[in-house]
Design a protein around this ligand. Structure first.
Ligand code: NAD
Length: 344
């Protein structure tokens, strides 16, 4: 079985080589992303393996079908880059629902601590033998309130860590997790209450039509002055223009972004010798209280190993058994994990 692997990076190969060899899968790594222009590269392969910034829209799906390819194996959890409605009945879409919620939750906390304790500033200052503390005053996390939007796997690990710091948690989720609200340190509230009551807000929900720009101008207006916004989920959860305006007006105290709405044009590539065309991204990065990492929250050895193992197992399971427990399908008007394990 031959797999065309798009948007391949050097760190993908060791774990995928290991697990594919065990399963007898033959992987060809392409550095380019999958999109309408590059889909021809998949000719002669049995499946494509894609990541967060590959494009699996209707024209790509049509061409994959014409090439006889019926498997799109996502090596990530989110599937907002796939036209799931169009894919249903045409290609099997497999994903890795969980590979390490700890990796993403811990990166979120790393960004938060870096930001509020000015570690990014201190690192640069001390390398220049500048030992001044001017402008380095931070604040304690203990006793602060964190608003967590999305209390799934990652959100719950993040909440556990925050509770370790002695923080209060205001949570919001479309589907509340049983047993999480203890009526005291963790409470489910409405989105509006979360905005009004949180010192820090962290996003851990998927990107859907409902959650698109959940942090917009109105939300920022409702927030406390000095709110810290953390986004390690998906870029378009935050209206970047509204965030920038909030930073400029000093309403937003700090932002930590591992994802960005237009990241597909930049993230994972080296633009250090180029002039960045995206003024909003450039302006955000120029701010002393904004930290940007380029979608690296997942990037731990543990997560990479789990991603490769599950992706390879997903393909093997679908090919050998005709079904896969990690298939996503579009039934009843929305994309969700295929409950029967047999999508079509
Ligand atoms: P999950 O499915 O376990 O949890 C998502 C939660 O969001 C669920 O509890 C769900 O009920 C909730 N939700 C769904 N719709 C909602 C809505 N309209 N409003 C509020 N909550 C809603 O997923 P997870 O494993 O915790 O991952 C969360 C997100 O993290 C993923 O969707 C993905 O976008 C992102 N992610 C980012 C990285 C990274 O490297 N930065 C890595 C993995 C995942």
């Amino acid at each position: 079985m031959k797999i065309a692997f798009f948007d391949a990076k050097p760190y993908d190969k060791p774990s995928f080589d290991k697990y594919s060899a065990e399963c007898g899968l033959d992987i060809k790594y392409f550095e380019t992303k999958l999109n309408e222009d590059t889909v021809e590269l998949a000719a002669g392969y049995d499946a494509v393996c894609v990541f967060v910034n590959d494009t699996v829209n209707a024209p790509v799906i049509d061409r994959l079908q014409e090439l006889g390819i019926r498997i799109v194996a996502l090596r990530c959890a989110g599937f907002n880059n796939v036209d799931m409605k169009y894919a249903f009945g045409r290609v099997h879409v497999l994903r890795v629902p969980a590979y390490s919620p700890y990796a993403v939750a811990e990166h979120t906390v790393a960004m938060l601590l870096t930001s509020i304790r000015r570690i990014h500033k201190a690192y640069i200052r001390t390398r220049d033998f500048n030992f001044s503390l001017a402008g380095m005053t931070g604040f304690d996390l203990h006793g602060k309130t964190v608003g967590v939007i999305g209390t799934g796997r990652i959100g719950r690990v993040f909440i556990d860590i925050c509770r370790g710091f002695g923080m209060r948690v205001l949570a919001y989720d479309k589907y509340q997790a049983a047993g999480l609200d203890n009526g005291d340190t963790v409470k489910y509230v409405s989105l509006d209450e979360l905005f009004r009551g949180s010192d820090i807000i962290s996003l851990h929900c998927p990107l859907t039509e409902e959650t698109y720009h959940v942090i917009d101008e109105r939300a920022i207006d409702a927030c406390r002055r000095g709110v810290v916004i953390l986004n390690t989920s998906r870029g378009a959860l935050v209206d970047a223009e509204a965030l920038l305006a909030g930073i400029k007006s000093r309403k937003v105290g700090a932002a930590c972004l591992d994802v960005y709405e237009e990241e597909a044009d930049f993230f994972f590539e080296d633009f250090s010798g180029h002039i960045i065309e995206d003024d909003t991204l450039a302006r955000l990065i120029s701010m002393p209280n904004v930290i940007v990492t380029s979608h690296q929250a997942f990037l731990t050895e543990d997560a990479l190993s789990n991603i490769a193992q599950t992706t390879v197992e997903n393909i093997r399971s679908l090919v050998q058994n005709g079904q896969c427990e990690n298939e996503v399908c579009y039934r009843g008007g929305q994309a969700e994990d295929c409950k029967s394990g047999k999508c079509f």
